[in-house]
Ligand binder design. Structure first.
Ligand code: R5P
Length: 288
C-alpha cells in the first residue's frame, strides 16, 4: 500500500504512513491565479493499492473537489484499489431534508466521492454512521475514543460523560466504557430557521463530577456552552468539552473559556489552535 497525501491532511498522512510503515507520497498541488486547484500524482501507481488522505475542513468545497480530482486521476492511472481516507467529512450534518426543498448534502457528497472512483471510504466519527450508506463501496468508520480516553485519564478524576443530544449517546457510551464512568445525555432541539438551540435538563447525578461533554462537531460552540453552563448549575465540579472535529474560531473558543469550561479537547482531523489536540492517526491506520 502507498499512502498518498492530498493538500489537506493536517499531518495525519505522516502519522498513518509511520504506523503502517509504508511509503508516503505527497500529491503535487498548486492553486492557479483564478483559484482553481492543480493536482498531479508524482509517481506510477498502476496495480497499487493507494490510501489517499484528504480531510475536508474549511474551505470544504475546494478540499472536496481536490479529493475527487485525486481519486479519479488514480483510477485513470490504473491504481488497483483506491481508499479515500477523509478524517473529517464535510456536509455530513445535512443527512436528511429537515425542511421541504433542502438539498440532501450528505448524499451528494458521498455520491461525488463514489463516482470519482473510490473503492472504499474511511471516515473518523461521521455525524451519523447510517448516513454513510450513501457511499456505495466499502465504508470503514474510525472510532477516536481510545486516544481521547487516554488523554482524559491523565486529566480528570471522576468523569461523567454527557452527550449534548440524544444522537451523540453512542459516542458518550463508547467513551464512558473506556473511562469506566457513567454517561447520559441532554435533550437538544434546534430551530431549523434561526439555528437557535434549546436544551433540556442535565441529569442531577453530575453533581460533584468532572463532566466530559462529547460531540462530533463543535462549530459556534453554542451547544457545548449551553450544556456546560447547565452542568455547572447542576453542581458539576468541572466541565471538559471534547469535540472530535473542532471547527470553532478563536472568538468562540474564548467564549467557551470565559463561561468556565476547564479543558477543551479536539483531534487532528481538522487544524486547530489553542486547544489540546489528540492524534487519531494510529486509529486510522488500524482501519487500513
Ligand atoms: C449537530 O447535531 C452536531 O452534532 C453538533 O452538535 C453541532 O454541529 C454543534 O454545533 P455548534 O457548535 O454550532 O452548536
Amino acid at each position: 500500500m502507498i499512502v498518498l497525501a492530498g493538500p489537506a491532511t493536517n499531518g495525519i498522512d505522516e502519522g498513518v504512513a509511520r504506523h503502517l510503515s509504508v511509503e508516503l507520497v505527497k500529491v503535487n498541488h498548486k492553486v492557479f491565479p483564478d483559484g482553481e486547484s492543480y493536482i498531479r500524482i508524482p509517481r506510477k501507481v498502476e496495480g497499487e493499492e493507494v490510501a489517499v488522505i484528504q480531510s475536508t475542513y474549511n474551505p470544504q468545497d475546494k478540499h472536496l473537489v481536490e479529493l475527487c480530482l485525486i481519486v479519479e486521476a488514480l483510477k485513470d492511472l490504473k491504481a488497483e484499489r483506491v481508499i479515500a481516507v477523509v478524517p473529517y467529512l464535510a456536509y455530513s450534518r445535512q443527512d436528511r431534508r429537515f425542511r421541504e426543498g433542502e438539498a440532501l448534502s450528505s448524499k451528494t457528497i458521498l455520491n461525488m466521492i463514489w463516482r470519482s472512483g473510490a473503492d472504499a471510504l474511511v471516515v473518523v466519527e461521521p455525524h451519523k454512521p447510517e448516513a454513510m450508506n450513501y457511499f456505495r463501496g466499502d465504508v470503514r468508520i474510525v472510532d477516536p475514543s481510545p486516544p481521547i480516553a487516554s488523554k482524559l485519564k491523565g486529566m480528570i478524576k471522576e468523569p461523567f460523560v454527557l452527550a449534548p443530544d440524544r444522537g451523540a449517546l453512542d459516542r458518550a457510551s463508547r467513551l464512558s466504557s473506556l473511562l469506566g464512568s457513567p454517561y447520559n445525555y441532554v435533550e437538544k432541539e434546534r430551530n431549523r430557521e434561526t439555528g437557535e438551540i434549546t436544551i433540556g435538563n442535565v441529569p442531577s447525578d453530575v453533581k460533584g463530577k468532572d463532566v466530559v461533554l462529547i460531540d462530533d462537531i463543535v462549530s459556534t460552540g453554542s451547544t457545548m456552552m449551553k450544556v456546560a453552563s447547565a452542568s455547572m448549575r447542576a453542581g458539576a465540579r468541572s466541565v471538559t468539552a471534547v469535540g472530535i472535529h473542532f471547527l470553532s474560531d478563536q472568538e468562540s473558543l474564548k467564549k467557551m473559556g470565559e463561561i468556565g469550561i476547564s479543558r477543551i479537547i479536539g483531534t487532528n482531523t481538522v487544524p486547530t489552535s489553542g486547544i489540546t489536540v489528540v492524534d487519531v492517526s494510529s486509529e486510522i491506520a488500524k482501519r487500513l
